[in-house]
Design a binder for this molecule. Sequence first.
Ligand code: GCB
Length: 543
Amino acid sequence: MARGSAVAWAALGPLLWGCALGLQGGMLYPQESPSRECKELDGLWSFRADFSDNRRRGFEEQWYRRPLWESGPTVDMPVPSSFNDISQDWRLRHFVGWVWYEREVILPERWTQDLRTRVVLRIGSAHSYAIVSSHPRYPKGYFVQNTYFDFFNYAGLQRSVLLYTTPTTYIDDITVTTSVEQDSGLVNYQISVKGSNLFKLEVRLLDAENKVVANGTGTQGQLKVPGVSLWWPYLMHERPAYLYSLEIRGKGFDWPLLVKDFNLLRWLGANAFRTSHYPYAEEVMQMCDRYGIVVIDECPGVGLALPQFFNNVSLHHHMQVMEEVVRRDKNHPAVVMWSVANEPASHLESAGYYLKMVIAHTKSLDPSRPVTFVSNSNYAADKGAPYVDVICLNSYYSWYHDYGHLELIQLQLATQFENWYKKYQKPIIQSEYGAETIAGFHQDPPLMFTEEYQKSLLEQYHLGLDQKRRKYVVGELIWNFADFMTEQSPTRVLGNKKGIFTRQRQPKSAAFLLRERYWKIANETRYPHSVAKSQCLENSLFT
Ligand code: GCB
């Protein structure tokens, strides 16, 4: 297995089994400190997909016992990345089954010899398990992956992998909640220490310039920051606070694209997004804290489309997933609300009970934030809405029905809002609306798929939103920030084209329309919170 005592060897397969058992303990983002060292394992790894009929040859032959190249051919695979689009091999693009990743690592001698050092392997994201269906109409043993969502199921080690150390007595988790008392910020903290009961804890709160602004001791307490300057979303005025934005990319992670996307968000004047339809990389969340972008943090509860999905096994798993999401993201000031699902079949009775339980569980995990799920059901039929704090609605007027009839949007939108509000009297967010648009297609008067149609559709929605937004509509999130890949289907032309940017991040005409709108809303009321003030530093709740 290992060549020499200082060489460690890692394969993904067995690690995935570990992940499946559920993550225990805290999920603090690894930070270097005098007592913690980090070693990034990003770069080129060896890789093999197990193409055997039952996809289990790797386990049967124990590929993990020796260097991977000894049991068969390997290819280079970058980490982080999805493996699907890296090679020219069609089979890999659609691969369902186990894949094996390997990387040799030289560990500092001290890491393996110092008994007071604990070494942790951290995989940012290993994606994913699959639903596999066999089809009697097809050749024997033939199977494909069926998904019930509208994005390509990219897979692999899509986020960074690293090793880090802690002392054997170590801080496993920190929970921070905040409040304000006159001009003071109150920071309540709770620290979980593992490994021993013999320790002394000193707590220091640093501001954006790394100056100590409050001190404490012990595993829990309250820190007071007089004259506090609060975290504030980018360009948001206070009355009424309003979220306007779009959905960005989140499955994989690479810095150039991430920084580009945040520059585009700032250019647009957008102040929020939802992590549709799974939690984004931790680095994305840190950027949101830093740039003042509000996040509706959504778990991977997507594709809950069939009655049989609302069973106790799923419910239990869904609750566990919410525990993981909350544990990971609870300390980000940018997170404003949890979303437990996207478009579940919430008209079903069984879905009503299921959503009630998941929402109640999420609230018990974090009583400080509102909880929602995103609905595309009818107001009269939805069984989950009674349990949410904010109603989030997806609707595609003049797109998935009444094709081309932009003149109907305002009436249909007003009816939608009024019906929901009358029934529930809760704040509403229009969490999706948009039109498929192929960059460079033009037609006037507008026809579907052209840039003019996307613009006109958004304009009609905006007229409808403006009627309600100073009342109970508290946000509008267009679908979508950028074009993205989906499974092949007769309704998708090389993926979903509802982006206002192309996949290469170039603007379609609608991007300019949105830019004008977002900046106009931001400037409607001049409030003391300036753009500059919104740029809080990561992990600091107050600047
Ligand atoms: C939706 C889904 C989203 C799709 C979008 C569309 O309602 O939530 O995942 O991509 O519609 O474009 O159809």
